[in-house]
Ligand binder design. Structure first.
Ligand code: HEM
Length: 495
């Protein structure tokens, strides 16, 4: 019996391997370099999230400018040079997200981040006005108010030898996205702690699934304990977003105040209000669609900025001169009093902005994105990526590539002086991605990070506890640390 089973398995293996090796896809990608591969399982490694993060970094070093990964009949091509990445991101033909985004559908449905085709196009058109300059300007008071609340939380804890900044900063960014884009106070009655826990759980499970191609099919995956934990997380996440929408609806559908240049020519509204009014006016969005976008924006709008601020605090604690220079700029533009920065003050903080850009280079909150090629791509390195390929863009590797950046590990905000930017390839720096599917919230994010740094650096001197070279990351939906992000906060005398 067991001999028969071995023969059967061997025959299956033989035919699987043969059909993959003779497939059209393999003919295109076979010459693209790849790590050591075995029959059938290919380059498969059952890494945990820390291991996967580390392994991807060493693959990028070893295989610049391009490599592939494959296992069974699933494969990913990973271009690493700005020239090849531009071919992928700057072409509407490759606008569709790859197979791995499918793992987010249970939570985010097909909202703006995960949708494609005409659905994505219509939603992007509805939502773009929610990030207009005039809307951001209206948010400045909320940014300042929440920053003051955050500073109070840090003051309460600053006698300790360090603060793990992840919790207070994530609360800050979550409350901020709630109050601005969603128009709801998340710190009042809604339990954001369970929401954050569910986000971590879901992200963790995605890495587990990514490295196991036999779980790419929903049916097979649905029998796993990880899938059970996904379902529990989704229940919490959807319960939270449903309550947010309910809270907002209690305040009534936004009125039809006439003004120009916005969705259907009316007054500019923040994200959730805009969608509620769009639904009310018969636009192509229903309750389910609104929930998808609330889930998408609540996640994209808080976890990304939270990580950006946390790493910025850690990096600046290790760069005392640069920290002082930012403080001098804030003092000059906003003043040394407790005066709240205005919208235009924040715009004028040019050195601070260069530092934020440098933080996002070294610590891109979204370290990895992925696309589905809608047409053949002839790379600059002479390979052809076939139509229908999953293409991974590792932003983290691009930003730390010695082929692209001099002394890439060094913190140097001067890289973002206009004269230096103009010497670089436009796709060398992509914290917010680029092309038609770039980040819709990037101006919001920069403004938020500036407001937070302005409030914190005026009140505290940051001292290093964790060093950049000691940071251990894990593969997740955002650039998450494996442990804490520790910074010492020393109160300053403010005149
Ligand atoms: C430092 C902060 C942020 C970073 C680094 C960041 C980065 C990115 C990146 C790299 C993408 C492309 C994702 C992909 O192609 O799969 C993206 C898309 C997106 N981001 Fe952000 N993001 C940030 C903040 C925000 C904020 C504050 C919001 C909302 C308020 C937001 C909402 C979105 C949405 C909805 C998309 C999908 C856009 C589309 O496909 O049309 N992001 N972001």
């Amino acid at each position: 019996m067991s001999i028969l089973l071995v023969i059967l398995i061997t025959i299956c293996y033989y035919f699987l391997e043969r059909s993959w090796r003779t497939s059209k896809h393999w003919q295109f990608i076979k010459d693209i370099p790849c790590p050591k591969a075995y029959p059938i399982i290919g380059t498969l490694k059952l890494d945990d999230s820390e291991g996967l993060f580390k392994r991807n970094r060493s693959r990028a070093k070893q295989f610049y400018p391009i490599y592939k990964l494959w296992s069974f009949n699933v494969y990913f091509v990973c271009p690493l040079s700005p020239e090849d990445i531009e071919l992928v991101l700057n072409n509407v033909k490759h606008n569709t997200k790859s197979d791995v985004y499918h793992f987010l559908h249970g939570w985010l449905g097909t909202g703006l981040l995960t949708s494609s085709g005409s659905k994505w196009h219509k939603r992007r058109k509805i939502l773009t006005p929610a990030f207009h300059f005039s809307i951001l300007q209206q948010f400045i008071d909320i940014f300042n108010q929440e920053t003051e609340n955050l500073v109070r939380v840090l003051e309460d804890k600053c006698h300790e030898s360090y603060i793990d900044v992840v919790k207070p900063i994530t609360d800050f960014t979550l409350y901020l996205i709630g109050e601005t884009s969603l128009g709801v106070k998340l710190n009042e009655g809604l339990s954001s702690g369970t929401y954050k826990k569910a986000v971590y759980e879901y992200g963790h499970n995605i890495t587990y699934r990514i490295v196991r191609p036999w779980f790419y099919t929903d049916f097979v995956y649905s029998f796993t304990t990880t899938s059970k934990s996904d379902r529990a997380a989704i229940e919490v996440l959807h319960d939270f977003s449903t309550k947010v929408i309910k809270e907002r609806k209690k305040l009534g559908i936004p009125s039809e105040n006439v003004s120009s240049g916005s969705y259907s020519g009316k007054k500019r509204l923040a994200m959730l209000d805009l969608m509620l009014r769009a639904e009310n006016e018969g636009a192509d969005i229903d309750d389910e669609g609104i929930r998808e976008e609330v889930d998408t924006f609540m996640f994209e709008g808080h976890d990304t900025t939270s990580m950006a601020i946390c790493y910025a605090l850690m990096a600046l604690a290790n760069e005392t001169e640069i920290q002082d220079e930012i403080r001098r700029e804030i003092q000059e533009i906003v003043g040394d009093s407790l005066a709240r920065p205005t919208f235009s003050n924040l715009g004028e903080l040019r050195f601070t902005e260069r530092c934020i850009k440098e933080c996002l280079r070294l610590y891109p909150s979204v370290p990895f994105i992925s696309r589905f090629s809608g047409a053949e791509i002839r790379t600059h390195t002479g390979y052809t990526i076939p139509r229908g390929a999953n293409i991974n863009v590792h932003i983290f590797d691009l930003h730390r590539s010695p082929h692209v950046w001099n002394n890439p590990e060094k913190f140097d905000p001067d890289r973002f002086l206009p004269e230096n930017v103009s010497k670089r390839h436009p796709f060398a720096y992509l914290p917010f991605s680029a092309g038609p599917r770039n980040c819709i919230g990037q101006r919001f994010a920069i403004l938020e990070i500036k407001a937070a740094l302005c409030g914190i650096l005026r009140k505290f001197k940051l001292e290093a506890v964790d060093k950049p070279e000691d940071m251990v990351f894990k593969s997740d939906l955002v650039l998450r640390p494996a442990g804490e992000i520790r910074v010492k906060f020393v109160p300053r005398e403010i005149k």
